[in-house]
Design a protein around this ligand. Structure first.
Ligand code: WTA
Length: 701
């Protein structure tokens, strides 16, 4: 892998090369106890959801929802690839997540909110209270003149007010667009502009790592950024972390900023009929990164999306109404939308909502919460698992919780970490479900069905019922299972949870997800439209998939997608910077972290000050998660004769690998200079294969 390769050779990673990192692993079986209680244990499920049963098999998913009017067509492909699921039906997501649970579960907790400060008490929100609060907020939004089809941007932390406001929007058909709370005000502002929101809903402050963060300041920046981009925001609605008290530092702008709690006084006790909306009306937008510098707003539908997350929450997460379920993710990402809010609530779950950092104040915190609240289903990302393991490998033993099931999501989990999760966190009793999917897909794609399949560390498993993946090589030929070759994983068909389009950019939707493998753009047959997921993968002989990472120059930092073009544009906002290149570096905790190489403009002296500015620019334009591990000021970028920056060479240097043959570059000498700068004179590089996403880095254009 270290030598220079032609692009076509790069996909042909042999099983032997991959085995440098991950060997084929032994199976682990789910316990009889788990199997006996599981929601899905029908071994014929995969026949019922065979490709020959497509798309009618998904009627079973639609049947899990309560409809105001029945649908007449399961899947309408007449405007392919803009799929319409369950056409003709009328439905409401808020009704399905809240109202329909009242009769049976009104007095049961929907959410148990755990504040980060340990001295603060939990807040239990029962389904009846959730109903009351969602209705009041819906009445308020309606009172402000908002209606079905309008977009509203949220920039909220992990507090119960976030799902409450989402469900209030869903009640009216308002399309919500939640921006991850850790993103900067500027990042929020550009998403406000793209979605055309006139209302921003935020919170004054929240706890993170022991500090009360002033969050309202970001709203001021967001509104200013949106305005500069041409989008006016009329109203900023500010929730208070401590109701009745303002914990922000920037002044409220008269006529623009309002405390939600003040406005709500006029809507006490009001009820709002859930609007009967068409199945394919949009429910929300979720922005995510891709190959270009502009994040894309994945648009998800009401009925298709909701049916998909409801069914997978029931069958894969195995949520029963009497479980205590905890997804330790942030609602600001797709995982939280699908598997904290919509899927679990539609299954009448009781779910834990934790405000803060998993390791605050120490690495025992999650296990204390689990013990105290009797959590029995736990869901988190490999980054959190690695961090908890690093800081407190023995901590789980000190607490008497007992999980029946655990999930991992967001990044490949290496077998060693998997085994710690299994042995220590799951105490060798809990099943582990490794769920592979993405923002665009709404819910799980690659996974085991936990009571049916054995687990295999490092592989996500086969696929969810009704999902039929295929791995294609660069030419569009199928790569057979067991061949040991990697390729681009696609799904052969649409499914209810699939995104509808990219908000405001139908062409980009077609080009990004279908451009590579669709052979007939006029076809109305779904068979002509395999969906390109954006990951490299290999399928072992047993049918299990191993995911090798993104193929589109997206760096997956601690499970969060960051586009290299976004980071590079942030660097270029620093006036001294002439050129910037970002590469992924392997990190023991976060999986991947970005490293930045910059060249300064003529006459500018390289200095720590420039480096600090580059770091600050990333924090301001994107957010703290985009903070580069290192910034190197180089004399020149390694370039091809046609002037293209060779990010692959920089990635090899950053990852302490041999750079291979660089003699064909326009400026080969600079490579050695950079190598010494980064690695020091005497560093011994290795020829070990790089993980696929890094090896192929810098090729997507
Ligand atoms: C990666 C998160 C390996 C993958 C739900 C995907 C995974 C990207 C897994 C999507 C997994 C997610 N194993 N890799 N179980 N789950 N990924 O859109 O590269 O934030 O393309 O959605 O995360 O990230 P996104």
């Amino acid at each position: 892998m270290a030598k220079t390769m032609k692009p076509t050779e790069q996909t042909e990673v042999s099983e032997a090369q991959i085995a440098v990192h991950w060997k084929e692993e032994a199976y682990y079986q789910p316990s009889e106890k788990f199997k006996a209680q599981a929601n899905m244990r029908d071994p014929h499920i995969f026949e019922r959801f065979g490709l020959d049963k497509f798309p009618d098999c998904f009627k079973e998913y639609a049947d899990m929802l309560t409809w105001f009017e029945p649908y007449h067509t399961v899947l309408d492909t007449s405007d392919a690839p803009f799929w319409k699921w369950f056409v003709g039906g009328k439905i409401n997501a808020s009704y399905n997540c809240v109202d329909r649970n009242l009769a049976k579960y009104g007095t049961k907790a929907a959410f148990i909110f755990v504040p980060e400060p340990e001295a603060e008490r939990d807040v239990v929100i029962k389904y009846q209270e959730l109903y009351d609060r969602v209705n009041e907020v819906a009445a308020l939004l309606r009172g402000l003149g908002l209606k079905a089809g309008d977009r509203v941007t949220f920039h909220m932390p992990m507090v119960p007010e976030l799902p409450i406001t989402m469900l209030a929007c869903a009640r009216l058909g308002i399309i919500h667009s939640q921006v991850f709370g850790g993103f900067s005000g500027q990042a929020c502002g550009s998403r406000i502009q793209d979605s055309g929101s006139r209302v921003l809903i935020t919170m004054d402050s929240y706890w993170r790592n022991g500090a009360l963060v002033d969050h309202k300041a970001n709203a001021d920046i967001a509104v200013r950024t949106a305005k500069d981009l041409g989008q006016d925001v009329d109203k900023v609605l500010v929730w208070q972390r401590y109701p009745g008290k303002y914990s922000g530092k920037t002044p409220m702008v008269p006529g623009r900023d309002f405390f939600v709690n003040d406005l709500l006084k006029d809507y006490k006790g009001q009820e709002v009929e859930p609007v009967a909306l068409p199945s394919e009306a949009p429910l929300f937008l979720m922005y995510s990164s891709g190959t270009t510098g502009k994040p894309k707003g994945a648009q998800h539908s009401i009925a298709g999306y909701l049916s998909y997350v409801t069914a997978t929450s029931k069958w894969i997460l195995d949520i029963h109404p009497d479980d205590i379920y905890w997804c330790m993710a942030d609602i600001g990402w797709i995982t939280g939308h699908s598997y904290i809010v919509y899927g679990p609530l539609a299954n009448a779950a009781t779910s834990v909502l934790y405000e803060g950092v998993p390791t605050f104040p120490d690495a025992g915190r999650p296990w204390r919460i689990a013990e105290r609240l009797g959590v029995n289903i736990f869901h988190t990302a490999p980054t959190a698992i690695r961090m908890l393991r690093k800081l407190g490998p023995q901590e789980p033993r000190k607490y008497k919780y007992q999980f029946k099931s655990m999930t991992t999501v967001g990044e490949p989990i290496e077998p060693e970490t998997w085994r710690w999760y299994y042995d220590e966190v799951g105490k060798r009793e809990a099943v582990i479900t490794d769920t592979w999917w993405m923002t665009e897909t709404g819910g799980f794609l690659g996974t085991t069905v936990p009571a049916i399949h054995a687990m295999k560390p490092g592989s996500c498993g086969p696929a969810a019922p009704g999902i039929h993946p295929v791995i294609y090589d660069e030419t569009g030929a199928e790569i057979p299972k067991g061949s040991g070759k990697a390729g681009n994983i696609c799904i052969r068909h649409p499914w209810p949870g699939i995104m509808q389009t990219i908000w405001g950019d139908h062409d980009r939707y077609i080009k990004t997800y279908y451009g590579k493998y669709n052979k007939n753009p006029r076809s109305k047959d779904w068979r002509d439209w395999p969906f390109l997921c954006g990951d490299g993968a290999v399928q072992a002989a047993d049918g299990y998939y191993r995911i090798l990472g993104r193929i589109d120059d997206v760096i997956n930092v601690a499970g969060h997608r960051l586009g290299t073009k976004e980071i590079e544009s942030a660097c270029l906002t620093v006036p001294e910077v002439a050129e910037a290149a970002v590469v992924p570096v392997q990190d023991e905790v976060k999986g991947r972290v970005p490293e930045v190489y910059i060249a300064v403009k003529p006459g500018v002296q390289p200095s720590q000050e420039v480096i600090d500015r580059v770091i600050k620019a990333n924090e301001e334009v994107i957010g703290k998660i985009a903070r580069p591990k290192h910034v190197y000021i180089v004399p020149d970028m390694p370039k091809t004769r046609s002037g293209k920056i060779m990010r692959r060479v920089l990635a090899a240097i950053s990852n302490r690998r041999d750079v291979g043959d660089v003699t064909t570059l326009a400026n080969p000498d600079v490579v050695e200079q950079i190598r010494i700068m980064v690695q020091g004179k005497d560093t011994v590089t290795t020829h070990d294969a790089l993980p696929e996403d890094i090896a192929k880095f810098g090729q997507a254009e």
